[in-house]
Design a protein around this ligand. Structure first.
Ligand SMILES: C[S@@+](CC[C@H](N)C(=O)[O-])C[C@H]1O[C@@H](n2cnc3c(N)ncnc32)[C@H](O)[C@@H]1O
Length: 377
């Protein structure tokens, strides 16, 4: 089978996390900002789309060359054997991005690349300048960085964070791949009790259950490659069946609570859709009243930041309550995501480590409190 130069894209700050996921799946990786490269065939395209929890998309790198003029861009793109990739009726939107490059006008870059492909295809298919674009979608992307052009085909389609289990969401949900990324920054592997005391629509708890039960995050959805006419259509159903057979029982309990009963019904509906409702203990509890007799686990939460959901004073009070009820649980490693710079002061303890991340465009910190009691299993 043809080997492709592939890469996964992910949110800033998660490169090493996705690289580890890929290595765990057996690939050798090379990391750049926002992307991790690896090699693979069609079966690997299916495997990575189905199993990567923290990535956004998996793409095939089709061309890489230097260009500082539109003529050079056109000529190089024209060189590629497009008819081998795109059937005559292919719909091929081209997304363009240009950063720190001589060719900086993104609409022009996009238009030139589109034109070069159309010209080549009409030559190859003898169509005299007309392509119907009524068939399957082949999402193309051209990205120029420091004059180096990369042309890629997106094999994923809608971002991988859209797992397909979310029936509804509340106030400020985390993206599913972001929640999985946070979990991957903790020692969580399904063998420790996990607690999210501010669960909202349940994203962290549900993603934890998927990890703990070895459920492939892509179980519920289709991918762009499903439509490619040259793609072996038996691979996806085969791997999906294997993935379903590999689901296991959860070894340690998961707790998800929130002060808001109505958001908990949303969380339960989402958990039901993901097939993990029975694996998560949902409860309405205010953080200040939170108690547990579980030990040696992980507490992870995405409290309000004071930007969108509550005012600053209310949030400072909440962080103090968290400090009073959660901080004493010192057999737990604890992880809190917030953009509020006063978190540690209110919580009452300096973090063991702080990791800078971006939740969408918002700069946030992942405050980590490591317990020496938490035994890595
Ligand atoms: C940013 S949202 C969490 C979003 C969640 N990670 C998700 O993906 O849907 C913060 C949650 O904290 C909850 N919350 C606010 N104050 C609380 C308190 N005192 N005790 C428990 N939960 C609280 C809110 O009801 C809200 O659902």
């Amino acid at each position: 089978m043809t080997k492709y130069q592939l890469y996964a894209t992910m949110g800033a700050g998660f490169e090493s996390v996705t690289a580890k996921e890929l290595q765990h799946l057996g690939y050798e990786t090379r990391t750049e900002n926002g992307r991790v490269f690896f090699e693979g065939d069609q079966a690997d395209i299916v495997r990575t789309n189905l199993w990567l929890r923290t990535a956004d998309r998996v793409k095939i790198l089709l061309q890489e060359f230097k260009a500082v003029s539109f003529e050079a861009l056109f000529d190089q793109v024209y060189q590629y054997d497009w008819a081998q990739l795109l059937p005559v009726d292919a719909k091929f939107p081209v997304k363009g991005k240009a950063v720190k490059s001589k060719l900086h006008s993104e609409p022009d870059v996009q238009a030139i690349v589109k034109k070069a492909i159309v010209n080549k295809m009409t030559d190859q298919y003898h169509r005299r300048g007309f392509l119907p674009e009524t068939g399957a979608v082949y999402p193309l992307e051209v990205r120029i960085y420091k004059d180096v052009v990369r042309v890629s085909l997106d094999t994923t389609g809608e971002s991988l964070f859209k797992r397909g289990y979310r029936a509804a969401h509340g106030g400020a949900p985390l993206k599913e791949n972001f929640a999985a990324g946070l979990l991957r920054l903790t020692p969580y592997n399904g063998t420790h009790p996990l607690i999210d005391p501010m669960t909202g629509s349940g994203t962290i708890a549900i993603e934890a259950a998927l990890i703990g039960k070895n459920i492939a995050p892509g179980t519920w959805r289709k991918f762009a490659f499903d439509q490619f006419d040259w793609f072996d259509a038996s691979l996806h159903p085969e791997q999906l069946a294997e993935a379903k057979a590999a689901v296991k029982e959860l070894e340690a309990p998961i707790w998800a609570s929130d002060i808001d009963q109505s958001i908990l019904s949303v969380a339960k509906l989402n958990a039901h859709q993901a097939g993990v409702l029975q694996d998560i203990q949902f409860k309405q509890v205010a953080v200040k009243d939170f108690k547990t007799d579980w030990e040696n686990g992980i507490i992870i939460a995405n409290p309000p930041y004071g930007k969108r959901l509550k005012d600053k004073q209310g949030v400072a009070k909440l962080y103090r309550e968290m400090g009073e009820s959660l901080r004493p649980l010192n057999t737990f490693s604890q992880y809190y995501l917030t953009s509020a710079p006063f978190f540690e002061e209110c919580f009452g303890q300096k973090a063991t480590k702080k990791r800078k991340l971006f939740n969408g465009n918002l700069r946030v910190d992942f405050y980590q409190y490591w317990s020496k009691d938490l035994k890595k299993k």
